[in-house]
Design a protein. Structure first.
Length: 441
């Protein structure tokens, strides 16, 4: 397990009292829970941090802290009373619960502020720009993000998913539109002293809410230990030429496109396989698609695996294929690049920010048919030219180490805290463009 990071002794120069809102926070995981945990670790390197999170995360967090204490991190576990949790079921039920949970967390935070006197409040999860953060209403400077969810399907791609997927996407678009009209969301945006958007699309939507300044800062990263461990995975040089996809099997991941692309590629390179790690409501549909394409014998659905086992599968694969139609993050792209595996993805949303032409092959989402053909062509190019695979992989490893290392993110955010907390005269000298350039470096 990656080491826990140490904080300078209490009273070190520049140390502050930070209140962190992390509804999702769980050690040893990816996605939003991993974000919450890693931001808490990074802030504790420099400051005293009070972490607001759900009670359900308590067991996992305390087990880790028993082995590796973090003296300057203080955990505030809070939940609504049991009688008020009946709707916490499914995606939409969790969103409603999260909204109301924030009110409960705010009341706890306001009482705690009288004792601690926080210098700053920072919201990190949920990573949704269209839902408010009640920490914005505390009498301290407020930092928002990185937040995402501003990206939509590329035009013309909604028809590629199942009827259930289309309904889910339309409901999401409706919920986002309603959220943008929420006065509390607009107040959150306007009260933020500094905000971070995971993608350009999210940045534009945050601007429309009256939020300034906004800096592009991808939400995902890897720890130095994870980067080092993934860098030890040897290249896969034997046959078959193997592709890998990882993620929840949901419509927005668009694994149908990669299956169709693989089918075309497999006809030219019969000594090839496609592994899919993950589970979800689309699994049966994807299995049927593989059968209809005549590639069921060369596609293996592994289901959900523990994260360390899933990452170890990278050692047996040549390329990551990630055709996601909308996501602000995309941890799996970073993991593949750290393991020196080139990434084939759409030039869209979060993966389009993480992956460059030096680290993978980005496909313009013109039409579904064109994307399928371009995925197949990209795979042919990589299979025919192993030296290109190697070069893209090495550049990917370098990019992750330089731009997506959690410690670098922690260093950067600590500088932001100092700028935001500085007296008004000093704050006037803060240049948002300079912050964005620092983030890119």
């Amino acid at each position: 397990m990656p080491r826990l990071l140490e904080k300078p002794p209490a009273g070190a120069h520049g140390s502050m009292n930070i209140l962190l809102s992390t509804f999702a926070c769980n050690p040893g995981t990816g996605s939003e829970s991993g974000l919450g945990w890693n931001w808490a670790l990074q802030i504790a390197r420099f400051h005293h941090v009070w972490v607001l999170t759900q009670t359900k995360e308590r067991h996992h967090i305390e087990n880790v802290l028993a082995r590796n204490p973090i003296p300057n991190a203080h955990w505030i576990f809070c939940d609504l009373p049991p009688w008020a949790r009946f709707w916490k079921r499914g995606h939409w039920g969790e969103n409603l619960y999260y909204y109301i949970w924030q009110i409960w967390a705010y009341l706890n935070a306001r009482r705690l502020h009288k004792q601690v006197q926080f210098d700053l409040a920072h919201h990190v999860t949920f990573v949704r720009y269209w839902m408010p953060s009640f920490l914005a209403f505390l009498p301290v400077p407020f930092i928002w993000g990185p937040v995402g969810s501003g990206d939509s399907f590329p035009p013309g791609f909604l028809r590629t998913v199942s009827i259930g997927g289309r309904l889910t996407e339309r409901l999401r678009t409706f919920a986002r539109s309603v959220g943008e009209l929420d006065p509390l969301v607009r107040l959150t945006a306007k009260r933020a002293k500094c905000a971070f958007a995971a993608t350009d699309a999210t940045k534009e939507r945050m601007k429309s809410l009256g939020c300034l300044p906004i800096t592009i800062q991808p939400e995902s990263a890897l720890s130095p230990d994870e980067i080092e461990w993934l860098g030890t995975l040897p290249p896969h040089e034997s046959q078959p030429f193997r592709l890998l996809s990882m993620g929840r099997l949901i419509p927005s991941k668009a694994f149908e496109l990669s299956l169709k692309g693989f089918a075309e590629f497999h006809r030219a390179f019969p000594s090839s396989e496609y592994w899919v790690i993950g589970d979800g409501p689309e699994r049966n549909r994807l299995t049927r698609i593989a059968s209809n394409l005549g590639i069921e014998n060369w596609v293996r659905f592994w289901g959900t695996l523990p994260r360390d086992e899933a990452l170890a599968k990278l050692a047996e694969c040549n390329v990551l294929v990630h055709p996601s139609l909308r996501e602000s993050g995309g941890w799996v792209c970073l993991e593949a690049m750290a393991a020196a595996r080139p990434v084939v993805c759409l030039d869209w949303a979060g993966p389009g920010v993480q992956v460059t032409t030096d680290t993978g092959i980005k496909i313009s989402p013109g039409s579904p048919k064109q994307v399928v053909k371009d995925i197949a062509a990209a795979l042919v190019s990589l299979a025919v030219h192993p030296e290109v695979c190697c070069r893209l992989g090495q550049q990917g490893r370098r990019r992750v180490a330089e731009h997506f290392d959690w410690e670098r993110k922690g260093d950067f955010m600590s500088q932001v805290y100092q700028l935001v907390w500085a007296p008004a005269a000093a704050q006037q000298a803060v240049n948002p463009m300079a912050l964005e350039q620092d983030a890119e470096r």
